[in-house]
Design a protein around this ligand. Sequence first.
Ligand code: RIB
Length: 309
Amino acid sequence: MPSHIVVLGSLNMDFVVKVDHLPAPGETVLGAGFQMIPGGKGANQACAVGRLAGPGIVVRMVGRVGYDMFADHLKASLSAAGVDVAYVHATRAQPTGVALIWVDRNGQNSIVVASGANHVFPAADVEGLRGAFRGASYALFQLETPLPAVAAALKLAREEGVRTILDPAPALPLSRELLELVDVLTPNESEAALLLGRPGADGVSDPAETTRALRAMGVRSVILKLGARGCFYDDGEVQVHSPAFDVEAVDATAAGDTFNGALAVALAEGRSWDDSLRFANAAAGLSVTKLGAQASIPTREETECLLSK
Ligand code: RIB
C-alpha cells in the first residue's frame, strides 16, 4: 500500500532576475537574465517530494490558482514531478500568485510575493479536503496560505492521524493553540526569533536553548534551520546537530522548501532522524547550486549520489 504525503500551500510563478547586489531602498540596479520559474513555498515542497520520493510514495498538492496561463504552467510543472494536482482548484476572484525575486552574486535573495489566488482559501473550505488527508502519513504546511485555513487543516490532519510539518515562512506570530497541532516545526533563525519575540540574531544564537524555548510553546519537535551550518533537531529526548553539505552557492531560493519535502520523504520511508536530516540537508544543498525554485530541486538519484561521496 503506497504511503501518501499531502502538501497544503501556495503556488506562485517566480519572476527571477540576477543582480550584482540587492537594491537598497530608493536604489535602481541593473539586472541580468530575467526568467519565469515555477515556485511558491507549497508547490516547491510538493515538487521536492515528487522528485525525491521512491515509487512507494504518492504526493498530493492542495492549493489555489487563478484562471490564467501561469496556473496551467504551475500545474504542469508539478505533474511532471509526479504530483497529483486534482486538489489545486481555480478561482475567478484573483489571478495566480506571483513572486518577484532578486538573486545577488552570493546567492542571497530578496522576495516579494503577490499572493493572489493563494489567499482565496477560506477556513470553511478545509472540511471538504478531508478525503485528501485521509490515510496520509505526513502533511506539509507553510504560511503563504491564510492562517485560519492553515489552522483548520492542521486540526483536520491531527484528527485523521496524519503527522504535521509546519514551515513557519513567511514568519508570523503563532498561537499556542496552533503550535500544539504541529509535530515538526522547521523555522530558520529569523523565523525562530520572530516566533519567540526576540528581535535580532543574538536571541537565537544557542540552537539548543532556541529549540527548547520553541518546544515550550507547544510543538512536539523542532528543526532549527541554520543555513550553511546545517540544522539542529530537538524532540525533548534527542538533540542532534546535522551539518550542511559543502556546495557552491548560486541561489538559496527554495532551499528550505527542498529540505522540508526531502524530510517528509525520508520520514515517510521510515528512516531514522539522523538519516532523514542528512537526506534533507543533501537535497537542500544541491538546490542551492542552481538558479530558481522548482528548477533547482534535485532528483532522488542526484541526492543519493551526493550522500554516497
Ligand atoms: O521559498 C521560495 C519561494 O518563496 C519562492 O518560490 C517564491 O514563490 C516564494 O513563495
